[in-house]
Unconditional design. Structure first.
Ligand code: ATP
Ligand code: MG
Length: 687
């Protein structure tokens, strides 16, 4: 237990009841969780009886790694996962109580939008469907079902959405499918309504730890309460100043409720920041200052004053990207040895802001990766393959059926599929189920029918084989066989004009298969899919795919500059951080906006400004040694460029104007760096 201060030790050693660690950024909250896992095992609690809940799969992977560093192999048995992954496991084990087969499908956002459009008769535009999705998701996060939403509806608009929600619920249960919100809502209903299930989970889990507690929503809190029961052995760690998911239903009420719901709650505060220099920490404290406080907090650092925080004034986005690249090169040139690329992060508010930085980094030949951006699993080719897997798992999954049967297209036309769909609806069957209905030949001509039946048979056969394929090697062989069988590579080349694009897509497919195989081999497990087993069947691996959003492990050790949204940067740290787009209207986001309907729900401007401020605070506190904040004199507004001002948050950082303006030596550093690069290039050509 070395490397912990007194308050941290206190939090780690208190294992008999509820414990809340409430403390600012970089004060070692996450470190408390990993050490407490080790401590609990030391006191005799079996590793599989410990659950540590993190906010992302990536954070889970990192935590597992750190715990392994402390306690070795036993860490593998600890249930380290997100709320959603825990939900999958609970629903798989006990969902039958709610009428769900263990082989249910997990729908992704696109599936949900598609189904909602369908529920409304198919004539709805995408934006409206997304809006419904958002509203329904919000209701679900409050623990409402359609009936409750209908009862609570304030006006006709809400009533109509509640009716769509009702149809949506019916569809999901017909498809034996759940959406992301169900992965929290269903376990909660299981625990609340079914004492035998509740007792089982409460007996299993000896201690539950939750990181980033401030970003839990109301249903997650309920779930936690039911999981820990009367004994209330849990540890929550969080920081009210870093709550940045209000727009997704997270609520600070969960923090306020905790001492009321658990009067015996031990509250522990940490005050020393081990991450950032004093200059950076001071700026962070100034920015968060104006926000109302849940409790008084002081945060100090002993890492010294450090470099002043810099403000970089830029003309436009391209200029901003150039300056960021110059800064990175300058900082590298100024140190000996130069810091590795992975020590640098460029953070911004929204994904689309990455582009100019990507261009500038590529031009300068600097390796980089975009995290929290378009996910691997959003690519068409990966979705195609996943549709097949989903269909193996759950034959009733109609959205998956439609995608799988058309990719690749197997000579089955729209008319045939349309007729099948109609027939299935009439007979209250899923499309797959309808394939084997004795009356189907009456409505579908022979040629189309043969194609359909062949597809159906192949799915059955694949499902059977996938169930019995265990371990990495067999999984790899299986996937290779199957892809050859359906001629998927050819399908990609047929569908793409550019061979280069097709080749890139095919290489994604291969990477994906490799990734599946590794999971089947038990090398990687970030889903809590099963109770610890060395290997998994391919079918088990396939079921949890929808949950994973990035292939993160492989990227972790690569030496690359990180581009990330502020939201995705939560909990992480880098020696050198550039916060980009700190322009009024972007951060804070334009608050008096009247364009999007989204504004309607969160119309409390003051509350939104507070959340924006917390976002800025999260950004600043990612930096360990140097921090630069850049803004642009022009920003995009719709399709236009408009004049812009530095964000109010820059003034709020209260920087010393004499030192905060961009380092005058930068140009010199830049020249030196360029010279060094040229010398290197020359040396390379010589040898
Ligand atoms: P955030 O609020 O951003 O999630 P956090 O409170 O979870 O931050 P950690 O990530 O646990 O903070 O710790 C921040 C850094 O400080 C890490 O590099 C960690 O290793 C280090 N650290 C934490 N506690 C100590 C300690 N007692 N002694 C030395 N270093 C520490
Ligand atoms: Mg943390």
């Amino acid at each position: 237990m070395s490397g912990l201060n007194l308050a941290q030790l206190q939090a780690v050693h208190y294992t008999d009841g509820p414990c809340l660690v409430l403390a600012g950024a970089g004060s070692g909250k996450t470190r408390v969780i990993t050490h407490k896992i080790a401590r609990l095992i030391e006191t005799g609690l079996a590793p599989r009886r410990i659950a540590a809940i993190t906010f992302t799969n990536k954070a889970a992977a990192e935590m597992r790694e750190r715990a392994a560093g402390l306690i070795g192999r036993q860490a593998k048995e600890v249930l380290v996962c997100t709320f959603h992954a825990l939900g999958v496991r609970m629903v798989r084990e006990d969902g039958h109580v709610l009428g769900l087969k263990p082989s249910f499908s997990i729908l992704d956002q696109d599936d949900v939008t598609g189904i909602l459009k369908d529920c409304a008769g198919g004539t709805t535009d995408l934006a409206t469907a997304r809006q419904w999705q958002w509203t329904i998701s919000n209701w679900k996060n409050q623990g409402w079902d359609a009936r409750k939403a209908l009862a609570m509806a304030q006006d006709d608009h809400e009533r109509s959405i509640a009716l769509i929600m009702q149809r949506y619920e019916e569809r999901l249960s017909a498809y034996q499918s759940v959406d992301f919100d169900d992965l929290i809502g269903m376990p909660m209903r299981l625990l609340r309504g079914h004492p035998e299930v509740r007792e089982k989970w409460q007996r299993l889990l000896g201690h539950v730890l939750v990181d980033e507690y401030q970003d839990t929503n109301a249903t997650q809190y309920e779930l936690l309460k039911f999981l820990v029961g009367e004994r209330a052995r849990f540890t929550a760690v969080g920081d009210d100043d870093q709550s940045i998911y209000g727009w997704r239903g997270a609520t600070l009420d969960n923090l306020k409720k905790l001492p009321l719901d658990f009067p015996q709650l031990q509250v522990i505060k940490l005050e020393q920041n081990y991450r950032s220099t004093s200059a950076i920490l001071r700026a962070a404290n100034h920015v968060i200052g104006p926000n109302p406080k849940l409790f008084p907090k002081t945060l100090f650092s002993e890492l010294g004053e450090g470099e002043p925080v810099r403000v970089v004034d830029c003309d436009n986005e391209e200029h901003e990207a150039e300056r960021a690249v110059a800064r990175i090169q300058g900082l590298r040139a100024a140190a000996n040895p130069p810091p590795a690329w992975k020590n640098f992060a460029i953070l911004y508010r929204a994904n689309h802001q990455a582009k100019p930085f990507e261009k500038a980094l590529r031009k300068a030949n600097i390796p980089y990766k975009v995290s929290g951006g378009t996910s691997f699993f959003d690519r068409a080719e990966i979705k195609d393959l996943c549709a097949w897997f989903r269909l193996w798992i759950n034959n009733d999954d109609d959205p998956a059926f439609l995608r799988a049967i058309t990719s690749p297209r197997r000579g089955i036309g729209h008319t045939t599929l349309g007729a099948l769909g109609e027939f299935a609806t009439q007979h209250k069957q899923s499309m797959f189920g309808a394939l084997f209905n004795a009356m189907l030949p009456a409505v579908i001509p022979k040629r189309g029918l043969e194609g359909l039946l062949e597809f159906g048979r192949s799915i059955n056969e694949l499902e059977h084989r996938a169930r019995h394929t265990h371990g990495a090697e067999d999984a790899r062989a299986f996937l290779a066989d199957w892809l050859k069988d359906i001629a998927y590579e050819q399908h990609l080349y047929d569908g793409e004009d550019s061979e280069k694009v097709a080749a890139a897509r095919w290489s994604n497919v291969l990477e994906f298969c490799d990734w599946m195989a590794q999971r089947a081999g038990g090398q990687i497990d970030d889903t809590a899919a099963t109770t610890v087993a060395p290997t998994k069947s391919l079918l088990e691996v396939a079921q949890t795919i929808a949950l994973l959003s990035t292939i993160s492990e492989r990227e972790q050790d690569q030496d690359m500059v990180v581009l990330s949204t502020l939201h995705a940067s939560k909990g992480l740290e880098w020696p050198h951080v550039i916060l980009a787009g700190v322009t009024e209207g972007m951060l804070p986001f334009k608050l008096d906006d009247d364009e999007g309907r989204q504004q309607k729900v969160s119309d409390d401007v003051a509350a939104r400004l507070q959340e924006e401020r917390r976002l800025m605070y999260v950004g600043i506190t990612r930096a360990q040694r140097t921090l630069a904040v850049s803004w642009t004199k022009k920003r995009k507004k719709g399709r236009e460029m408009v004049a812009a001002q530095p964000s109010r948050f820059i003034a709020e950082m209260k920087l010393d104007t004499a030192t905060s303006r961009e380092d005058p030596r930068e140009k010199l550093r830049q020249l030196r760096a360029e010279f060094a690069r040229k010398a290197q290039a020359a040396a390379n050509t010589d040898s």
